[in-house]
Design a binder for this molecule. Structure first.
Ligand SMILES: Nc1ncnc2c1ncn2[C@@H]1O[C@H](COP(=O)(O)OP(=O)(O)OP(=O)(O)O)[C@@H](O)[C@H]1O
Ligand SMILES: [Mg+2]
Length: 428
């Protein structure tokens, strides 16, 4: 069920991204086309206006005797809107008439005028004025029986610029809308991802709860007969039966099974925290004492040096901390030989306590180190491989984290950071 849900959510991502990409491309393309068309339209409208002016002036310009400066009159009377200047040139660029009388008689070198005169075609373009303003110019050939002249109409571009300016504004607002859509899409995908993670966390919890229930049933069903088997074997062993060796094996193996069922229960059950106030020295002393009574400790007494400041008070889950310390010290004692020593230290760091357990035992190679926290990973003949998995689970339940440094033959350092005061939310 969770898998199907995740697949649907993954597809939602892809569909959303496809929709966003297609919508963005088509919107930006159409904006670009509209913008380019508006540029074209503004140029065309200038050309049409200039052509209209040129066509209306043409008949009066066939007359070679231009006594009156009609161009000046047009400008001063403002007959047509938007005219910057009007000029009439001969084919060599000599100014025959100009709305600015001072320029009459001047010769200009303009390839456009020569082209209009030579080919008899209308040409248009843009040119800067002395003021720096850019104007639209139309070169219009005027044929008369005895000569060829070119009429130049120059128009201000600001009316046409209004069209392009609004197109530009439209393009900017559309681009901003697309950007906004992407930002929304980003946050939407982030929210979907988060809900995906939550869904998989929930699924994992459900799975663990089922496994936990199974483990509890198994533990209950196995523990009682196992207890009887171990008890009877122990009884026969102590009574002095003939086959002591085999009975010893039954007792050992039953003990191992007991530990396995207990570890399984610890690992699989949801860890509810029970917060109480305690001095850190107390659980440490208890664990160290308990460890000294273990079977292995009887063979190789562990050399544990605990140096815990006496004034560290914690408000946390005492039993879980004991379990964590017990598993870590157990590993350390199993890693060292007779000459080995184990150090247990602690220091405050702000609102946290840092507990360090180091040993100079066999250490781990990089592969073992990377798998050490995996459940059921063990390099020991009689290990369950649940020790560090339980440590990791309980540390997280206590709102802390754990780090492991190790080098083969040199030893291992485990650094655990825990909040001094555990807030009662489930950290799993
Ligand atoms: N202090 C250590 N020194 C060297 N190796 C270690 C140490 N602690 C853990 N390991 C390695 O990590 C493995 C996993 O440890 P973990 O405590 O999870 O399981 P285990 O000790 O093998 O079995 P269990 O604790 O369930 O009896 C160990 O088998 C061992 O190889
Ligand atoms: Mg272990």
């Amino acid at each position: 069920m969770a898998d199907i849900g995740q697949k649907i959510l993954k597809k939602t991502h892809i569909y959303l991204i496809i929709i966003l990409v297609v919508a963005s491309i088509s919107t930006l393309l159409s904006t670009l086309i509209i913008y380019r068309n508006s540029l074209k339209a503004s140029e065309e409208s200038l050309k049409l206006q200039a052509l209209g002016i040129a066509a209306s002036l043409e008949p009066s310009l066939h007359d070679t005797h231009l006594e009156e400066n009609i161009f000046r009159k047009i400008i001063t009377e403002d007959s047509w809107e938007g005219i910057a200047f009007i000029a009439l040139y001969d084919k060599n660029g000599l100014t025959l008439l100009h709305s600015n009388e001072n320029l009459i008689g001047r010769r200009i070198a303009s390839p456009e005028i020569r082209m209009s005169a030579d080919e008899g075609t209308v040409t248009s373009g843009r040119m800067p004025l002395a003021t720096g303003e850019e104007v639209f110019v139309l070169n219009y050939p005027i044929r008369s029986p005895d000569s060829l002249k070119v009429l130049r109409i120059a128009l201000h571009t600001y009316p046409a610029q209004l069209i392009t300016r609004s197109a530009k504004l439209q393009a900017v607002s559309i681009s901003l809308t697309v950007l906004f859509l992407w930002i929304m899409g980003y946050f939407f995908i982030k929210a979907v991802r988060r809900s995906e993670q939550l869904a998989s966390m929930m699924a994992e919890r459900e799975r663990l709860a089922v496994v936990g229930e199974m483990a509890a049933v198994l533990a209950h069903e196995i523990r009682n007969p196992l207890g009887s088997i171990k008890g009877f074997a122990q009884y026969l062993f102590e009574k002095g039966s003939e086959d002591k060796g085999d009975l010893g094996i039954i007792v050992d193996e039953a003990g191992r099974l007991e530990r396995l069922t207990e570890d399984l229960l610890l690992y699989a059950r949801p860890s509810e925290v029970r917060v109480e106030k305690f001095n850190l020295c107390d659980p440490v002393d208890e664990v160290v004492k308990l460890l000294a009574e273990s079977d292995r400790a009887k063979q190789i007494p562990p050399n544990i040096k605990a140096a815990i400041p006496e004034d560290i008070t914690m408000v946390s889950d005492r039993e879980k901390l004991k379990q964590i310390l017990s598993n870590l010290l157990q590993n350390a004692t199993e890693a060292v030989n007779e000459q080995g020593h184990i150090k247990l230290g602690a220091r405050r760091a702000g609102d946290n306590i840092i507990i360090i357990i180091s040993d100079n035992g066999c250490g781990m190679d990089s592969e073992t180190r990377s798998k050490a926290f995996n459940s059921f990973f063990t390099t020991k003949a009689k290990g369950t491989g649940l020790g560090l998995a339980i440590v990791d689970k309980l540390t997280r339940a206590m709102g802390g984290r754990i780090e492991l440094e190790s080098e083969p033959t040199k030893g291992t350092v485990v650094t655990m950071t825990l909040p001094l005061v555990l807030q009662t939310v489930n950290h799993e």
